[in-house]
Design a protein around this ligand. Structure first.
Ligand code: DQA
Length: 138
């Protein structure tokens, strides 16, 4: 059974309530049930934190054991060299995901501090970005 860790960063606990025109109406918990049903061959763990250091701790915790990490680092994507270093420090491959197409938004979202440390990047497909990221580990 493949072990996949999904990590959501700041403000993503508010999915379903937060800017629904950008991020949609579904809560992540509802979507997670769909994902688990779709990938019965995977053990999908989920973690969300608004705190940068806690996200780094989770990457360290699973990053030598799991088969893949799907990371939506939220706004830390655009600022965090510490997250870049954490992704490089572990052996588990990390796929960066974004719900929105960050390149079609404000210019400060066009830069990612973490992409270069990740195996790949999937963005702009709504919540389906997470499914596509998991497919990449199959
Ligand atoms: C996001 C895009 C980021 O720019 C933003 O700060 C988020 C969500 C996305 O999933 O589209 O919090 O990562």
């Amino acid at each position: 059974m493949k072990k996949i860790q999904i990590i959501n960063g700041p403000n993503l606990n508010l999915l379903g309530k937060r800017e629904p025109t950008v991020y949609g109406n579904a809560s992540f918990e509802d979507y997670l049930s769909e994902l688990r049903a779709r990938f019965p061959q995977c053990e999908i763990s989920y973690y969300q934190s608004n705190v940068e250091g806690e996200i780094i701790n989770k990457i360290h915790e699973v990053g030598f054991e799991y088969d893949g990490i799907v990371l939506n680092a939220g706004a830390y994507t655009h600022t965090s060299i510490a997250l870049h270093d954490a992704i490089k420090a572990v052996t588990t491959p990390v796929v960066e995901v974004h719900i929105s197409n960050v390149h079609a938004r404000e210019s400060f979202r066009h830069v990612s501090m973490i992409s270069a440390a990740c195996r790949g990047v999937i963005l702009g497909f709504g919540l389906d970005s997470y499914r596509l990221a998991i497919e990449s580990f199959m």
